[in-house]
Design a protein around this ligand. Structure first.
Ligand SMILES: [Zn+2]
Length: 495
């Protein structure tokens, strides 16, 4: 189970060269018969941390906020779409994080939460982007998180700890042709720990560097792009649509996706593109109703762009899914005969900012009344004096008694208080073990019907593209000795 490529070899080669070596040593006799593949292109779309209740809430919210339903809702009624579920888990937990989930899709092997394509004994796995790149395809990653964040990183990099994003940033060089999202802080020399000028290094390798919306919506179609539009994660959509500056400077997920398809669309040997609505997950952690619904709709707009591209051709498989549930939001029955539920959800339309920006506003508050006024102005909800007092104390670090420990933080308290008004209840502030939705379109879509283990996505995608590759894997039993504590729930014996 030891890697054939040692860490020293990787370091000697440099990270960019390592991918090629890993492929040649790990896979000396892999089939790369492109002509047998039924599928030339794959577009893999991830609404990160999207619990099963989010798309239906977003559809209703979209009708209230935009006067039209969600595009995904229409797709669900399309006889040409196939519906299924991913069974998600990590090697060390029934609840996966994004690093482990993306690794499972990208390698066919589950890893521990926090790891990107590395088994607990240090064995390095080869992710799908590196495999398809060697087979002559182009690769794209588009996201609203930092481009070095777990979900995009899982498709294209190998890193024992997902938080080492400075070390992930150089690994896309020569593997990923189109990169668009946030994360400038891991590329700019004045923001990296080692002060390495990665933007310069990418430019030297033929990448065009973009940092503004104008470039994305222009007619430019460079061969390779490094587009970094924000220092960290791209701002939430609810903040974007309420800021003239962000609307001017920041591309939307749909705009980035359209440009990526323009660039990759006529690649002679096809392409693999991952599109991530990454901040749906963050909004779920924050129990932030407006943030999650607006970001889900931004993802939905990107789904429409992808559908427009793929429906005109017969060589492109589209997979639309999520990596795990998160906080499982749901609209509660409110009032007598539940007749207050619709009005409750409508309140979310009035939110002018995400909870991420609230501290800026709340820092000016000196009393519970101030908190109440600020929440009324920004979120459009008038909380009770008692609730405002509890929130004011929580902002100062003093939480009231909250018996559910999942909610014992400011986010959890906000979620609970606001749910009294907008009706959206949350089961916690962390990921959940739920199955996730899959909607697939195009050739090979029938492979994604029914309940599918997340690791099977790797084998199915490669098979459909006429490729084959076997990564090492570890059973939960073998992995148990690497765990910091023994699981109390016995893990099924997945091979
Ligand atoms: Zn998360």
């Amino acid at each position: 189970m030891k890697s054939l490529v040692t860490r020293r070899e990787v370091l000697q080669l440099g990270l960019a060269g390592a991918a090629g070596l890993a492929l040649s040593k790990l896979a000396p006799a892999q089939t790369t018969n492109r002509s047998n593949g039924r599928v030339k292109n794959i577009i893999f779309m991830v609404s990160d941390g999207m619990s099963a209740g989010v798309p239906s809430l977003a559809d209703e919210f979209s009708k209230m906020a935009r006067g039209k339903g969600a595009f995904w809702y229409q797709l669900l009624q399309d006889p040409d779409a196939t519906l299924g579920f991913f069974d998600t888990a990590a090697l060390n937990s029934l609840v996966t994080d994004s690093a482990s989930a993306s690794s499972a899709w990208a390698t066919g092997s589950r890893v521990f939460n926090g790891a990107i394509n590395v088994l607990p004994d240090g064995t390095r796995l080869t992710p799908i982007a590196q495999i398809v790149k060697q087979a002559g395809k182009k690769v794209g990653l588009v996201t609203t998180t930092r481009i070095t964040h777990a979900t995009p990183a899982g498709f294209a990099s190998i890193q024992p700890k997902r938080d080492d994003e400075d070390d992930i940033a150089p690994q896309y060089l020569d593997v990923v042709d189109v990169l668009m999202g946030g994360g400038l802080r891991h590329y700019a020399p004045n923001q990296r720990r080692d002060q390495r000028d990665l933007i310069g290094e990418y430019r030297n390798k033929g990448y065009t560097y973009w940092d503004n919306r104008d470039q994305v919506v222009s007619n430019a179609r460079p061969e390779k792009v490094l587009g970094l539009f924000f220092g960290s994660h791209v701002p939430y959509t609810v903040d974007h649509i309420n800021s003239e500056e962000l609307k001017r400077t920041m591309p939307t997920l749909a705009e980035m996706t359209r440009k990526a398809l323009e660039i990759l669309g006529d690649a002679p040997n096809g392409f693999l593109l991952q599109v991530e609505g990454g901040r749906v997950d963050h909004a779920a952690h924050a129990n932030d109703a407006a943030a999650i619904l607006w970001d889900q709709l931004a993802f939905d707009d990107a789904v429409a762009v992808v559908h427009e591209f793929a429906s005109r051709r017969d060589d492109t498989l589209v997979i639309i899914t999520s990596d795990h549930g998160n906080a499982n939001p749901g609209l509660n029955g409110m009032g007598g005969e539940y007749e207050a539920s619709n009005k409750a959800l409508e309140l979310v339309v009035q939110s002018k900012c995400s909870y991420e920006l609230l501290p800026t506003h709340l820092s000016k508050a000196t009393s519970a009344d101030d908190v109440r006024d600020i929440l009324k102005a920004q979120i459009g909800i008038e909380v009770s004096k008692e609730e405002a007092g509890a929130l004011a104390s929580a902002v100062r670090g003093q939480l009231p008694t909250i018996w559910n420990r999942q909610h014992r933080n400011l986010q959890g308290l906000m979620g609970q208080v606001m749910s009294n008004y907008n009706g959206i209840g949350w089961c916690g502030t962390s990921h959940t073990a739920d199955y996730t939705w899959i909607t697939s379109l195009g050739p090979g879509r029938e492979e994604f019907h029914g309940l599918i283990r997340n690791t099977d996505a790797f084998h199915k995608m490669l098979k459909l593209m006429g490729l084959s590759f076997k990564n090492p894997s570890m059973t939960p039993q073998e992995a148990r000795r690497y765990m910091t504590f023994a699981p109390r729930i016995s893990m099924p014996d997945w091979a």
